[in-house]
Design a protein around this ligand. Structure first.
Ligand SMILES: [Zn+2]
Length: 341
């Protein structure tokens, strides 16, 4: 009879372990059949009862019935666990179900472009810098070698605020001085941000626009480094290694010498409407930082020098994506924005 006792506990242990291992309703059913089914191990064991003495029948009869109950309960509970799991996956998936239309948000084109530009400059070792949109004359003009009587102040069509000495910054070049104040050279900053100019709007001019400003200051910085940086950045932004640059003299009070950098048209070889059939497009204003700018910001121009460049972020995006009106950027025009979702 010891033998029967061992059999009961072995069958119980085996059955419970197989129920636990069953990962699908099919495999669970085959465990049920092999233990609790008509020809299963438990039924088999029960059929041996009739060969036992009356006393043994009294002991093992109830023991086998209790085992059957325990195994049936364990089977039921595993079954409901597996059913729950299959209901949450594809068992209840109804391909004909109606789903109401939902509006889905996406990043604004401004954000996308600024992220693209920032990641290019970060890959070149630049830090992304930020500065206030409400500026003082000192940061917007004086630190950039634009003294009070300088005609460049008038050409900026500044929005003056009612507080004395406060204005909306006319360019992101004002971030340069904040950067130089905070970080001693060597310094590599890229500052994208909003700028404001009090001028009439048309398809290519707006009173509010975004600029990107790059500054690099170290010892023995050369024009060659500026040009290599500009070309690498433009090639990455327009996604073509064929892009070449050419340089023309340009005037900005905060650089000496100042240059205008054109890029070869990323869309054609022989001229197209984007490059106005010239194969070149004006892209950046740049130059080597004027010694006065370094000096006013506490950097010795005999030890350090640097380059700076700036560009209209909308202008680059308009060229890249064929956008014909700058005012669309902040028009909240959903069909326009959806094209870039
Ligand atoms: Zn072209």
């Amino acid at each position: 009879m010891k033998n029967l006792k061992t059999k009961i506990s072995t069958i119980e242990a085996q059955c419970l372990s197989e129920l636990k291992k069953a990962r699908s309703l099919e495999s669970l059913e085959s465990v049920r059949v092999s233990y609790l089914g008509r020809n299963g191990a438990l039924t088999d064991l029960m059929s041996t009862l009739k060969t036992l003495s009356l006393d043994d029948k009294r002991t093992f009869g109830p023991a086998l019935n209790q085992l059957k109950q325990r195994l049936t309960l364990a089977y039921e509970s595993r079954k409901s666990e597996l059913e729950k799991k299959s209901n949450t996956s594809d068992a209840l998936f109804d391909v004909t179900a109606y789903k109401p239309h939902q509006m889905q948000g996406s990043l604004h084109l401004y954000t996308q472009i600024i992220e693209q530009l920032s990641s290019i400059f970060i890959s070149m070792g630049y830090t992304i810098a930020d500065g206030p949109e409400m500026e003082t004359e000192y940061y917007n003009f004086t630190t950039l070698n634009i003294p009070e009587d300088h005609p460049a102040r008038d050409s900026h069509d500044t929005f003056w605020l009612s507080q004395p000495d406060r204005l909306l910054r006319t360019h992101t070049s004002s971030v340069q001085a904040h950067g130089m104040e905070k970080t001693p050279p060597p310094l590599a900053l890229f500052a994208p941000g909003r700028c404001y100019r009090n001028e009439a709007t048309d398809a290519t001019h707006d009173f509010m626009f975004t600029q990107g400003e790059g500054v690099f200051i170290d010892k023995n910085v050369s024009m060659a480094q500026l040009l290599a940086t500009a070309q690498t950045f433009l090639q990455q932004f327009f996604g073509t290694e064929k892009l070449k640059i050419r340089v023309r003299p340009g005037y900005f009070p905060f650089v000496e010498p100042g240059v205008e950098i054109d890029g070869s048209c990323p869309f054609c070889d022989k001229g197209c409407s984007v490059c106005k059939y010239t194969t070149w497009i004006e892209l950046l204003g740049a130059g080597l930082i004027h010694p006065n700018v370094l000096r006013v910001n506490g950097i010795d121009p005999d030890q350090y020098n640097g380059f700076a460049f700036g560009f209209g972020i909308e202008r680059l995006a308009m060229i890249k994506y064929g956008i014909t009106d700058i005012r669309l950027f902040h028009s909240a025009n959903i069909p326009f924005l959806k094209q870039f979702a």
